[in-house]
Design a protein around this ligand. Structure first.
Ligand code: ADP
Ligand code: MG
Length: 215
């Protein structure tokens, strides 16, 4: 089992966000999480990436209990094992497309221009490596973000409303890339979405509510 959450609870001060969240996602599996705005989907995804802390329960990835890791160990684990795609792309404006995609490899001390070129081709950005982000469309920017999230072949891919800022046709193309790449790498994909079309692509759809998560 690749990702396992066991009775996870999150509060901000005295305000509960969610409780009793338990789920398992296997390697190669694509799980979509839906739920009302403000119910804690982004917070939950950030906890899965160990970017946020939780108050009780366990989050385990490939046998690593994330709650037992210190800050530096979490950062190293994330660098190696996690790819994260945000709704707002978060592409670095002063780096060109190829440099943005190569960033996770650089952080791991690897330099593999051929892999970067192959990844750009895989997401339909062949020949655009030297462009700056400002010269790309929204759909292209999101494909840069997906390429960057996948370049180091992470076992866990987390995506927070990655098609939220895109028109339906572009969103569908971006979902194609995300699913294809996840399947071919055998990664676990957890996708938070408002989009029924995006959720329909998943192996399983879970709905997050204040008192737990269910299929
Ligand atoms: P979703 O992604 O489902 O829309 P979020 O995870 O963004 O929900 O937020 C869940 C709840 O937690 C919201 O009520 C939000 O206001 C609250 N929240 C998020 N971040 C913080 C924070 N840093 N401090 C206090 N409350 C927060
Ligand atoms: Mg959110």
């Amino acid at each position: 089992m690749s990702l396992q959450l066991d009775d996870v609870t999150k509060r901000y001060g005295d305000t509960p966000v969610f409780a009793h969240v338990s789920l398992e996602a296997a390697q190669g599996e694509f799980v979509a999480i839906i739920g009302e705005s403000g119910v804690g989907k982004s917070t939950l995804l950030n906890c899965m990436a160990a970017l946020d802390t939780w108050d009780s329960g366990r989050i385990v990835h490939d046998g690593i209990d994330l709650g037992t890791l210190g800050d530096e160990q979490r950062a190293l684990w994330r660098r190696r094992a996690v790819g994260f795609v945000f709704q707002a792309f978060h592409v670095l404006p002063h780096l060109d497309v190829a440099q943005n995609v190569a960033l996770p490899l650089m952080l791991l001390g690897q330099e593999e221009p051929a892999r970067v070129q192959a990844m750009l081709a895989a997401v339909g950005l062949e020949g655009l490596g030297a462009r700056l982000p400002q010269q790309l469309s929204g759909g292209q920017l999101q494909r840069v973000a997906i390429a960057r999230a996948l370049i180091h072949r992470p076992a866990l891919l987390l995506a927070d409303e990655p098609t939220g800022n895109l028109d339906p046709t572009t969103a569908s193309r971006v979902m194609d890339v995300l699913v294809e790449q996840t399947r071919s790498h055998g990664a676990t994909l957890v996708l938070v979405t408002h989009s029924e079309a995006a959720a329909a692509r998943a192996d399983r759809v879970l709905r997050l509510a204040a008192d737990g998560i269910r299929g």
